[in-house]
Design a protein. Structure first.
Length: 436
């Protein structure tokens, strides 16, 4: 985690203090369940809660113990015993380290997912507001980077809205899949701990019971979680690249907000660069990169090994913290995006009407011209305009083969911009519902 690309609430989930607090809660809830089953004294369970509930776990002390034990959970339990006293001997009865580690990791991932879902909600709100603001702002649609046919800027944002709605749904599903608990003991057989303990801990920690664990929670769950984060990051990059293209000097239909006192270049005072969306492109690459090691973690030896552990200690914090920051940054970009409708119109007009070529093509076919001949006629008049030699409408109306099929006024009707926007309302209803 790099502070430059971190936000406090998400970072706090992965702090040692939070991790040890979750470990304590898992152990204390398990001890309570064991007490209810008569395995340990109820007084001992009460003492664990009484002395541990408000305790400040000393990270430095735990690290000191671990340097000797070479085992993080044992180091924590040793420190907990220093706080709780003799009753601590009843903690961790029948449990194994993975019960604590895996359940804790899933608590952290579920909490991280909650923040990410809230982030997307904020982004969706910004996208919706700007989409309706520019619902009927005409602009050129591009395929292969080349002018194609007219769209609206609102439709561009509506597309992004629909994509991030899918992202939200995937995150909700990923959260549900990752939020499981395993308190099943060595090799997952419950030989030394009653399954009812697991059920109790799961309920208290807001998780569901892992149907079958092998001392570890199956890592296909984690692979799916990080894969979803990678897909969300790809959607961030898609919208970011659109903004970067629109901000190019030759296009300049929209650009990132440029604040008072901001500097674009150390050498060139005139520069206004798309630094935020370029940054988002890089961050998206990082989040995607964490999906592969998560998938490689699925294959463990027999019931368990710890080859996944070092990976997850890195990708858990890094992927969620980075994506949280990226979503917040993208929301700010959308919210403050500078939009230039006049430049959009200038770019629409730049090719002298060529963006209406398909409508002329269709009108000719409907007038009885074969598609092959209609294409030839339209392209014959389009290519000079592409080279800057004339106006498309004028050339078409002067072409006797074209006017033999279409009257000049019928050709002119093909150049109506509104024709391309007639179904914008339909698309908006599909994306946003019946809201105006």
């Amino acid at each position: 985690m790099i502070p430059r690309y971190s936000r406090p609430e998400m970072t706090a989930i992965w702090s040692p203090e939070t991790r040890f607090r979750i470990w304590f809660e898992i152990e204390a809830h398990a001890t309570t369940a064991l007490a209810e089953l008569g395995v340990v004294p109820k007084e001992a369970a009460a003492t664990v809660w009484e002395k541990g509930r408000d305790a400040v776990f000393d990270v430095a002390r735990i690290d000191e113990i671990e340097r000797v034990t070479k085992h993080d959970v044992i180091a924590f339990l040793t420190h907990l015993a220093e706080i709780v006293g003799p009753e601590a001997r009843f903690v961790h009865q029948g449990m194994t380290s993975s019960d604590v580690l895996d359940t804790c990791l899933n608590v952290q991932l579920a909490r991280a997912a909650d923040l990410l879902i809230a982030d997307i909600d904020g982004l969706l709100a910004a996208l919706k507001r700007r989409a309706f603001e520019h619902k009927l702002t005409p602009t050129i649609g591009r395929s292969h980077g080349i002018h194609a046919e007219p769209v609206t800027f609102g439709l561009k944002l509506a597309q992004a809205y629909a994509e991030f709605e899918r992202a939200r749904a995937r995150l909700v599903a990923a959260r549900a899949e990752i939020a499981t608990c395993a308190i099943s003991g060595a090799v997952g057989t419950f030989a030394n701990i009653d399954p009812r303990v697991e059920e109790y801990v799961a309920a208290q920690m807001g998780l569901t019971v892992e149907p079958v664990s092998t001392q570890v929670i199956p890592r296909d769950r984690h692979a799916m979680f990080f894969a979803v984060l990678g897909v969300v990051a790809s959607s961030i990059e898609r919208l970011s690249i659109e903004v970067r293209h629109l901000q190019r000097t030759e296009v300049l239909e929209a650009e990132e907000y440029f604040s008072e006192g901001q500097k674009g270049s150390s050498a060139m005072p005139h520069k206004r660069n798309p630094v935020l969306t370029e940054n988002l492109t890089g961050l998206a690459r990082m989040v995607r990169s964490y999906a592969l090691p998560a998938m490689e973690n699925v294959a463990l030896w027999h019931e368990r090994d710890i080859s996944h552990s070092s990976v997850e200690r890195m990708i858990g914090p890094d992927a969620t913290v980075t994506l949280d920051f990226a979503l917040a940054r993208l929301t700010g970009v959308v919210d403050k995006l500078l939009v230039y409708p006049e430049q959009m119109q200038r770019n629409l007009d730049r090719l002298g009407g060529l963006v209406h070529s398909q409508r002329v093509l269709l009108a000719l076919t409907q007038a009885g011209v074969s598609r092959e001949d209609a294409y030839r006629l339209v392209q014959r008049n389009a290519m000079p305009v592409w080279r800057g030699e004339g106006d498309f409408l004028t050339l078409l109306q002067a072409d006797q083969e074209v006017t033999a099929a279409l009257k000049p006024e019928a050709i002119a009707e093909c150049f109506d911009l509104g024709y391309h926007l007639k179904h914008v309302d339909t698309i908006f209803r599909r994306v946003f519902g019946s809201e105006k």
